[in-house]
Ligand binder design. Structure first.
Ligand SMILES: [Zn+2]
Length: 432
């Protein structure tokens, strides 16, 4: 391949992203939005059409099958694999299954076999207890991605994979490409991208010019959610014009991805958004309960630690293992059998989540909060209990809807794929 698909996509990102976000956009409007002279834009569009990145008839659209990106999220309890198309949509369940069977990829035994109830294709496995095991699984998956890439050279109908992104929890230095510390996974400390995959796999990727990046899962989630707001089939499509968004990932731990003025916020070292490890006054009704363990960060009264103990009444390890189905089941059983305790737990959850919402809205005045992760499996029940503020500074209630993610717990893996289409640590922004 003379010109790399990755480079064409990256070099023309503003134009392509504008078409991704507003398919069918008029050329004159597009020129204005991306601040390019009309003549220059027309030339660029001709080039992108020639390279089969876009279709101009009947209107401007991304050629979704031009290339794929693969995304993996490594969470405290589960790791997920998704494939994203050139329009930054996760590919459908049917397409994914077909691809796995036709090319005999991602068929390893470590993948869980469970009925997929989402419209999107994905595979997942339990996060291993030790690093070597995780590395073995990741290497097997990446070998299959390389296999797909090699087949795509011969078989034109199979889109080429241009990049792979892996998102981790915790402190991920996106510039140096190092997992400084992955909360909930003790064994992930100071692991570089090179250490994670080893020279053999990295060389195989390099030879094929498949990009590979690591990043932070809450930021990946925010990138996924923001792009997906523009998709007309997204339940949250009405919010596509929101430029200031907080994404709360309520999984085994709590992370927060932020978009301010249409830019992804990273901070100095990509460590922003540690919402779960901000210490919070304990809910008054629980103040005498002994937690018996400290948070993974070493402190005691962190937001996520308090929620795990005071709302779910579990030890961290136990909570890490529990599935969203089991949480839901337990909550509904509690509601049926002990209404008083159920109400107390919901009040407690409402207090903690309300506290987080209040802090974010007061500090940053965001206009939308998107929730995702396994703790949200009973959010419909919890909404009435979430009380962001008792003061008169009630910004949340004025103009900050709280909604559920379209991609749910797949958002970090889809976002990891999208982030991998950018050079590592790149500024991610939306000009529309
Ligand atoms: Zn903590």
């Amino acid at each position: 391949m003379d010109e790399r698909l990755f480079n064409i996509n990256s070099d023309n990102r503003d134009i392509l992203n504008a078409i991704r976000c507003k398919p069918g956009i008029e050329k004159t409007v597009l020129a204005k939005e991306v601040n390019v002279a009309f003549k220059t834009l027309v030339k660029q569009l001709e080039y992108l059409e020639e390279k089969k990145f876009i279709n101009t008839e009947p209107s401007l659209r991304i050629n979704r099958e031009r290339f794929y990106m693969c995304g993996i999220s490594v969470g405290g309890s589960h790791c997920k694999l998704t494939i994203t198309d050139a329009n930054y949509n996760a590919i459908s369940k049917e397409k994914f299954v077909n691809l796995c069977e036709k090319y005999n990829v991602f068929q390893q035994d470590f993948f869980m076999k469970k009925n997929n109830i989402t419209p999107y294709g994905y595979k997942y496995f339990e996060t291993p207890e030790e690093r070597t095991q995780l590395e073995i699984f990741l290497k097997k998956i990446i070998k299959d991605i390389i296999k797909l890439y090699d087949i795509s050279i011969e078989e034109e109908s199979l889109p080429s994979v241009i990049s792979i992104g892996i998102a981790f929890t915790g402190s991920i230095d996106s510039e140096k490409q190092v997992i400084v510390r992955s909360h909930n996974l003790d064994y992930m400390k100071n692991v570089s991208r090179e250490m994670l995959l080893g020279p053999e796999i990295l060389n195989a990727l390099k030879q094929r010019k498949i990009e590979f990046v690591i990043d932070h899962n809450a930021k990946a989630m925010a990138v996924c959610e923001k792009f997906s707001l523009y998709h007309i089939d997204n339940i949250n499509y009405n919010y596509f014009s929101k430029k200031n968004i907080a994404c709360f990932y309520l999984g085994s731990g709590i992370g927060c991805g932020l978009i301010l003025n249409n830019r992804l916020i990273r901070g100095c070292h990509n460590y922003s958004g540690e919402l779960g490890h901000i210490q919070v006054p304990r809910y008054i009704e629980c103040k005498d309960d002994d937690m018996g363990e400290v948070c993974t960060c070493g402190a005691k009264e962190c937001l996520e630690h308090l929620i795990i103990h005071d709302v779910f009444k579990m030890k961290r390890k136990e909570f890490r293992k529990i599935t969203s189905e089991k949480i839901r089941q337990d909550i509904f059983e509690l509601k049926k059998n002990d209404e008083e305790e159920y109400n107390k737990r919901m009040r407690t959850l409402g207090y903690y989540i309300g506290w987080a919402v209040d802090t974010i809205t007061k500090l940053l005045n965001v206009g939308l909060i998107i929730f995702s992760g396994k703790m949200t499996c009973f959010i419909e029940e919890a909404w009435p209990y979430i009380k962001p503020t008792y003061s008169e500074l009630n910004y949340t209630l004025l103009d900050c809807p709280m909604i559920l993610s379209n991609y749910g717990s797949l958002a970090p893996s889809v976002g990891a794929a999208i982030l991998s289409a950018y050079p590592a640590h790149e500024l991610i922004e939306w000009k529309i």
